[in-house]
Design a binder for this molecule. Structure first.
Ligand code: AMP
Ligand code: ZN
Ligand code: MN
Length: 941
C-alpha cells in the first residue's frame, strides 16, 4: 500500500515536471521567435532613395574623404584639386559684371522650369552651361535619413531658364557637371555658398571655381542683413517661406510649392548679383581717386567668394566613435557633484557606450544621429539603466515626449525603427560590467554587419568592415593601453606604411552570377568565367551590371543538392580573418607543396581552400602553417628540406650586414625587380647574385626572414593603381590567349635565362606572358571553367598580387630562414641522400637554404610539380605516403586538419557561410569539365 502510494506521488510529480518542462520549452521557443523577429532590421523592408546609388564618394566609414585626383595615401596632405585655378582668381579676379545680359531681367518667376532627370538631359545641360558666362546655383539637402546627408536637388538658373536637377536620380552621373563648375571662365552665383561648396565636393566631386557669392557681396557692402529672404524682398519684392527649406527634399514628385520654392531660390540670383555688383562699383567710384580703384569692392567680394571655394570637405574624425557627442552630453548634464547621477562613473560610461552605439548604428543604417536616438533618450537610458526591452522602449519614448520643442520631434518616430529593430543590443550594453568600448564596438559591428549580421550591407556601410575599422580599434586599444614604447610605435608605423603601400585595390571576387537554365542561382564568379561560357555559346547573358548569365545546358549537380550554399555565396572582398577590406592576399589553406601532388580530381574545387587574408592575418596563418608543416615532417619522418649548407664565413657576413639592413631603405623599383628575379630564377641564378637580391628584399622587410609571399607582395610595392591595373590587364590578355592553346602540363616553364646582374623592369612586363608561356595555370583555369558550378578560383588569380607564376612558384619555400635548432629536432636524412648540416647555429641561413637545391649535390629533374626552391620533395613524399597508407580518405583528413590549423590560428570571423572544416570537395564533374573522366578519356583518344 505504502509503496503504491509512493509510486502514485512520484508519478504525479513526474507528470507535473513533464508539463512544466513542456511549458518552459514552449515559452523559450516563443521568446526565441520573438527575439528573432526583433532582430529583423527595418532596412530589410524599407528602401531609401540613396539605396539606389551605385557609388558614394563619402561613405559612412571612419576613413577620411578622398578628394578628386587625390593620392590613395591617406597620410599625404590633402590638396584642393583646383588650388592653382582658384589661387589665380584670388590674385587676379575675373569679375563678371554682366549678370543679366542686356540688363532687362524678367523679374517674374515663370511657371516653366526644366526638370533634369536623365543622363542625356544632364549632358545637354552641361553642354548648354558650358556656353554661358554666368549662372546661378542653389542646392537642397536631405539630412535626417542619412548619416552625412546628401544633395537631393540642384537648381541652376541661366538668364533664360531655370533647371531643376534631380540629383537623386542622377547621383552616379553628376560628374557630368564637373567641368562647367570648375571652369574659371564661367562665373557661378550662389547665395551663402559655404555649405553648397562642400556638399558638391562630398557627393559629386564637383568643385566650384569662380564664385560670386551674394552673401559675401552683402558683407562688403555692409548690408544690415545678408539673408536671401532679405535680398529677395529688397531687390525683387518677393516674400519667401523659408520653412520649406526643412522639408523632405527626397520626395518625388516634388510637391508644387517645393518646386516653386526651389526654383525661386536660384532664379533671382543673377539679378541680385547684378544689383549688388552695381552697388559695389558705385561704392568704388565714390570712394576712390583713380579709375582702376573703383573696382576694389567688386574685387573684394569676388576674392571673399573664391576664398570659400578653397575649402575642402572632410569627414569629422573622432578619437573614438560618438566621443564628442558623449562629452557634450556629459558636460551639459553635470550635477553639483560633477556627475550625472548617484553613480557618476557608471552613468558617464553608459553615456559613452550609448553614444558609440548610436554613432555606429547611424553609420550602418545611414541615418542621422538624431534619427537613431535623441540626446534626451541617451540621458534617460543612462540614468535609468532599464532592465527589459519594454522598459527600454518606454524610457526612450517618454524622454522624447518631454522635449520642449515638439515641432522638431513630432515628425520622428520614437523610439526610432533603428532602436525598435535592434532593442536587444541595449541588453548587452547595459549588462556589460566592464565597459570596454573596443569590445562593444566589435560586437555591434559583428552583430549587424558581420557574415550573419542582422542588417543589410550598403555602399555606405561596406567599408566599416575594413581597414578603417581596424585602425579605429587600434586607436582604441592604444588609448586604453596608455603609452606604448617607442619601438613598438615605430614598428607599427612601418607596418602601416607597408600595408598602405601594399593595398590591393581591385576586387578579387567579381560577383558575377551564373544561373541554371531553370533560373536557379548556381554560383558567383568572376567576369572571365562568364566570358568563357559566352564565347562558347554555352550560356546567354541575362544582365549587364552586375553581369549574370544563364547556362544553356543542364549543369551536373546543384549547390543545394549538396546542402552547401558555399558556392552561391556572394564572396566579399575582405580578409576572412578580421574583415579588413583594403588589402588582401590570397592564402592557400592547404599548402601548395602538398596540394600540387593531390590526385587531379581532388584538386579541382580549390576555391574553398583559398581565402583572402589581410597582410597581418596572412602572416599569422602562414606562421601557423609552417609550424604544422614541421609537425607533419616530424610525425611522418619526412624532412622539410633536402639539404642545408652552412658556410661559417658567410655567417659572419650575414650578421654584419644585418645591422645595416635595418636602417637602409630600398627603392620600390629595386625591390620589385629583385623580387621578380628571385621568383622567376631564384633557383638558377648564381648564389652571389641571389644573395644580393635577397638582401635587397630583406632590407624592405626590415631585415626579417623572407617568404615566397613576401616576394609576391614585393612585386606590388610602390606601384600606382594604374600600374597594378596594367599588370592585371596583361595577365588577363595572357589568359585569353592561353585558353585557345592548351599546352601540356609538364612543359618547361622557365626561359632559362639567368637573371644575374641584368635584372630590369622589363621583367615586370613579362608577368602576363609568363602565364601564357607556361600554359599551365591558364589551361588549368580553363579546365576549371569547364566544371559547372565550382566557384571561381580563376577570379582569385586576377588579383595582381597573386599567382604570378601560377602553380610552379606557388610551391612553398617558406622556411628559408629557420631556426636550425628546431630543424635539428627533425630527422634530417632525406631520400635524396644529401648531407645535413648539424652546425646548430641559430643564426638565419636565409640564402643558404635556397642555395641548397641548386648548389647542392642534387639537380632535380625539371619537374614543374616539384618546387625548385623548397618543400616540394617533402610535399610529394607526404602525399604519396598518405595515399599509400590511407587512400583518398587520408588526403581528405589531411585537408581537414589543415583547415583546423587555419581556424585555430586566425579564428576567422568573415568566412563565407558554408565554409566548412569538413568540406568534402566531393562533387560530380560537369559534362564539359576536363575532370570528367569520360571527357578526359575522349580527349586522350
Ligand atoms: P538653402 O541654402 O536655403 O537652399 O538651404 C539648403 C539646404 O540647407 C536645405 O535643403 C536644408 O537641407 C538645409 N537648411 C538650411 N537651413 C536650414 C534650417 N534652418 N533648418 C534645417 N535645414 C536647413
Ligand atoms: Zn539594422
Ligand atoms: Mn535653397
Amino acid at each position: 500500500m505504502e509503496s503504491k502510494e509512493k509510486i502514485r506521488i512520484a508519478l504525479t510529480i513526474a507528470c507535473f515536471a513533464a508539463i512544466s518542462i513542456l511549458f518552459t520549452a514552449r515559452y523559450r521557443k516563443h521568446r526565441k521567435q520573438r527575439q528573432q523577429s526583433q532582430t529583423t532590421c527595418y532596412l530589410k523592408t524599407e528602401t531609401k532613395p540613396q539605396s539606389a546609388f551605385k557609388r558614394v564618394l563619402a561613405d559612412n566609414s571612419y576613413a577620411p574623404f578622398r578628394h578628386l585626383n587625390s593620392e590613395n595615401d591617406e597620410n599625404s596632405s590633402v590638396e584642393h584639386p583646383y588650388k592653382a585655378e582658384i589661387e589665380a582668381l584670388l590674385k587676379r579676379a575675373r569679375v563678371e559684371f554682366d549678370f543679366v545680359g542686356d540688363g532687362n531681367v524678367d523679374l517674374k518667376l515663370s511657371d516653366s522650369y526644366v526638370w533634369i532627370e536623365t543622363e542625356s538631359q544632364l549632358r545637354e545641360l552641361a553642354d548648354l552651361l558650358s556656353k554661358e558666362r554666368v549662372f546661378g546655383v542653389d542646392t537642397e539637402q536631405h539630412s535626417l535619413r542619412s548619416f552625412l546627408g546628401f544633395t537631393a536637388l540642384i537648381q541652376i538658373s541661366t538668364q533664360t531658364e531655370d533647371y531643376l536637377v534631380d540629383t537623386i536620380a542622377l547621383h552616379d552621373v553628376m560628374g557630368i557637371l564637373r567641368s562647367v563648375f570648375a571652369n574659371p571662365e564661367i562665373c557661378k552665383v550662389f547665395h551663402g555658398a559655404d555649405n553648397d561648396i562642400l556638399w558638391l565636393q562630398r557627393d559629386f566631386h564637383i568643385y566650384v571655381v569662380n564664385l560670386f557669392d551674394t552673401a559675401k557681396a552683402c558683407e562688403v557692402l555692409l548690408k544690415p542683413q545678408k539673408s536671401l529672404a532679405y535680398l529677395l524682398e529688397t531687390y525683387c519684392g518677393v516674400a519667401t517661406n523659408k520653412q520649406l527649406q526643412r522639408e523632405d527634399w527626397r520626395q518625388r514628385p516634388l510637391p508644387v510649392e517645393m518646386v516653386q520654392y526651389s526654383q525661386m531660390d536660384a532664379h533671382y540670383l543673377l539679378y541680385i548679383a547684378h544689383c549688388l555688383a552695381s552697388e559695389l562699383l558705385q561704392l568704388g567710384s565714390e570712394n576712390s581717386a583713380s579709375a582702376d580703384d573703383k573696382f576694389r569692392f567688386v574685387l573684394e567680394a569676388s576674392r571673399r567668394s573664391n576664398a570659400i571655394c578653397l575649402q575642402l570637405f572632410s569627414k569629422e574624425i573622432e578619437v573614438s566613435p560618438g566621443e564628442s557627442a558623449a562629452a557634450s552630453i556629459i558636460s551639459r548634464n553635470l550635477n553639483d557633484q560633477g556627475g550625472l547621477s548617484l553613480r557618476p562613473c557608471d552613468t558617464q560610461d553608459l553615456v559613452r557606450c550609448l553614444c558609440m552605439w548610436r554613432d555606429l548604428m547611424a553609420r550602418i543604417h545611414d541615418e542621422s544621429l538624431r534619427y537613431v536616438l535623441s540626446d534626451h533618450a541617451i540621458i534617460a537610458l543612462a540614468h535609468k539603466v532599464p532592465a527589459s526591452e519594454t522598459e527600454i522602449y518606454d524610457t526612450i519614448s517618454q524622454a522624447d515626449l518631454n522635449i520642449d520643442s515638439p515641432n522638431i520631434v513630432s515628425s520622428l518616430q520614437s523610439p526610432s525603427p533603428v532602436v525598435c529593430s535592434h532593442l536587444e543590443d541595449f541588453i548587452y550594453l547595459f549588462e556589460d560590467e566592464v565597459r570596454n568600448l573596443e569590445d562593444i564596438f566589435q560586437l555591434i559591428l559583428q552583430n549587424h554587419l558581420g557574415p550573419s549580421g542582422s542588417c543589410p550591407l550598403s555602399v555606405y556601410s561596406y567599408a566599416l568592415l575594413s581597414r578603417t575599422n581596424l585602425k579605429l580599434v587600434n586607436r582604441l586599444v592604444s588609448k586604453q593601453n596608455g603609452f606604448r614604447n617607442a619601438k613598438q610605435i615605430g614598428k607599427k608605423a612601418s607596418r602601416q606604411l607597408f600595408v598602405q603601400k601594399f593595398s590591393c585595390k581591385s576586387p578579387v571576387y567579381h560577383n558575377c552570377r551564373i544561373y541554371a537554365n531553370d533560373g536557379r542561382l548556381l554560383c558567383y564568379c568572376d567576369r572571365r568565367k562568364l566570358e568563357w561560357y559566352l564565347r562558347r555559346d554555352l550560356a546567354k547573358l541575362l544582365d549587364e551590371n552586375p553581369p549574370a548569365i544563364m547556362l544553356l545546358f543542364e549543369p551536373k549537380g546543384r549547390p543545394e543538392d549538396e546542402d552547401n550554399n558555399f558556392y552561391i555565396q556572394s564572396k566579399k572582398n575582405i580578409c576572412v580573418g578580421c574583415g579588413e577590406g583594403n588589402h588582401y592576399l590570397r592564402y592557400r589553406i592547404i599548402p601548395s607543396c602538398y596540394r600540387v601532388h593531390f590526385p587531379e580530381h581532388m584538386k579541382s574545387h580549390r576555391s574553398h581552400d583559398i581565402v583572402l587574408l589581410c597582410v597581418d592575418c596572412h602572416e599569422i596563418a602562414h606562421a601557423a602553417a609552417e609550424k604544422y608543416k614541421r609537425q607533419v615532417a616530424a610525425e611522418l619522418g619526412i624532412p622539410l628540406f633536402v639539404r642545408k649548407v652552412v658556410d661559417s664565413r658567410q655567417d659572419e657576413d650575414a650578421s654584419e650586414s644585418s645591422v645595416s639592413l635595418e636602417e637602409a631603405g630600398v627603392s620600390p623599383l629595386q625591390l620589385r625587380t629583385a623580387a621578380m628575379a628571385l621568383l622567376r630564377h631564384g633557383s638558377k641564378m648564381p648564389s652571389q647574385r641571389r644573395e644580393e637580391l635577397m638582401q635587397i628584399v630583406m632590407q624592405y622587410y626590415g631585415g626579417r626572414e623572407i617568404s615566397e609571399e613576401d616576394l609576391e607582395r614585393a612585386l606590388l610595392v610602390g606601384m600606382s593603381p594604374n600600374e597594378r591595373r596594367r599588370l592585371l590587364k596583361k595577365k588577363e590578355r595572357a589568359f585569353k590567349r592561353s585558353t585557345r592553346v592548351i599546352i601540356p602540363e609538364e612543359q618547361e616553364t622557365h626561359d632559362g635565362v639567368a637573371m644575374s646582374a641584368t635584372v630590369d623592369t622589363s621583367n615586370l612586363n613579362d608577368i602576363g606572358s609568363l602565364d601564357a608561356a607556361t600554359g599551365k595555370p591558364c589551361s588549368k583555369e580553363a579546365s576549371e571553367l569547364l566544371g559547372t558550378n565550382d566557384a571561381d578560383e580563376s577570379s582569385l588569380s586576377s588579383c595582381p598580387d597573386l599567382s604570378i607564376n601560377g602553380e610552379i612558384l606557388s610551391a612553398d619555400y617558406k622556411d628559408i630562414n629557420f631556426d636550425s635548432r628546431r630543424i635539428s629536432e627533425i630527422k634530417h636524412i632525406s631520400n635524396f641522400d644529401t648531407v645535413v648540416d648539424e652546425n646548430g647555429s641559430p643564426k638565419p641561413k636565409t640564402v643558404n637554404t635556397v642555395q641548397s637545391v641548386s648548389n647542392g649535390t642534387i639537380t632535380p629533374k625539371h619537374n614543374s610539380k616539384l618546387s625548385l626552391l623548397g618543400h616540394g620533395p617533402h610535399g610529394k613524399q607526404v602525399v604519396d605516403h598518405l595515399l599509400n597508407e590511407f587512400g583518398e580518405n587520408g588526403i581528405r583528413q589531411f585537408c581537414q586538419k589543415w583547415r583546423q590549423v587555419f581556424v585555430e590560428a586566425i579564428h576567422p570571423r568573415f568566412l563565407p557561410s558554408g565554409w566548412d572544416v569538413n568540406h568534402s570537395g566531393r562533387r560530380d564533374f560537369g559534362e564539359f569539365s576536363v575532370y570528367n573522366p569520360a571527357k578526359k578519356a575522349s580527349a586522350n583518344a
